[in-house]
Design a binder for this molecule. Structure first.
Ligand code: IPE
Ligand code: IPE
Ligand code: MG
Length: 238
């Protein structure tokens, strides 16, 4: 099972408390710890977290700086714990615009956890699905043929993803907005969408369990008719 999360609402969480937005991001980083743990415990194969979108570069310099400081701190402190829990870290997105120390930290975390066979923890940084799709198209065009499997290989390479794109089963967005904000557009083709009003720093193991429970109630049809109706149709009563 592949769960993707758009971790939104840090800024509003902070301003509700009269705190600067960066305090919200710090609280958000703590929520990441809890959810990674909850996901690993629930036996989730892949958890993709949207940490920084390509459009987030438009934010004030100080906020961008704070976000990258938090990302580095997270990777530096959590890598060891991920090794212990056999969680493989993979940072997906562009790398050509990252500061060298950030890049080095990412590479260190990925190398240190490359052998881990438990949950895949994918952290999207400087990520834009439209950018990745366009770049993959560019590579396909250069090869002169269009092939789905090859396209997915290109997409993985562009995203620095350790695996070819896996369909998202459940996409969670906190913070009340109901949009995808350029996250995993290809992978979410048949994703179940789950929007929750609570801000990301307040999203805890309980809230995560509720999302899983709701997912369990959804019937995924992939364009087909309901499973119960398939039986009827096969028996010739349809
Ligand atoms: C999500 O929270 C964190 C990032 C986008 C990095 P926001 O910072 O977008 O919080 P709001 O949406 O302004 O409340
Ligand atoms: C999406 O949140 C990006 C991340 C959570 C990293 P944003 O807050 O940037 O998205 P918009 O601006 O509300 O669409
Ligand atoms: Mg936001």
């Amino acid at each position: 099972m592949h769960i993707a999360i758009i971790m939104d609402g840090n800024g509003r969480w902070a301003s509700q408390r009269g705190l600067p937005r960066t305090a919200g991001h710090r609280a958000g980083a703590k929520a990441v710890d809890k959810i990674v743990e909850a996901a690993a415990r629930s036996g989730i194969d892949t958890l993709s977290l949207y940490a920084f979108s390509a459009d987030n570069w438009h934010r004030p310099r100080a906020e961008v700086g704070a976000l990258f400081t938090l990302l580095r701190r997270y990777l530096l402190t959590e890598t060891k714990r991920c090794v212990e829990k056999s969680i493989r870290i993979n940072v997906v997105g562009r790398r050509d615009r990252l500061a060298p120390p950030v890049l080095r930290t990412i590479e260190h975390s990925e190398r240190s956890t490359a052998h881990c066979t438990g949950m895949n923890l994918r952290i999207a940084v400087d990520y834009s699905a439209q950018h990745s799709l366009l770049e993959s198209c560019r590579l396909m065009a250069a090869e002169g043929r269009v092939d789905r499997a090859r396209f997915k290989e290109h997409l993985a390479a562009i995203d620095h993803s350790a695996t070819v794109p896996a369909n998202v089963d459940l996409l969670i967005r906190t913070g009340g907005e109901k949009r995808l904000s350029d996250f995993l557009l290809w992978e979410c083709a048949y994703a179940e969408l789950y929007f929750v009003d609570s801000f990301w720093p307040d999203f805890d193991g309980n809230a995560f369990a509720l999302a899983l429970e709701e997912y369990g109630k959804r019937e995924r049809r992939y364009g087909n008719i309901r499973v119960s109706e398939q039986h009827i149709a096969r028996a010739g009563h349809g």
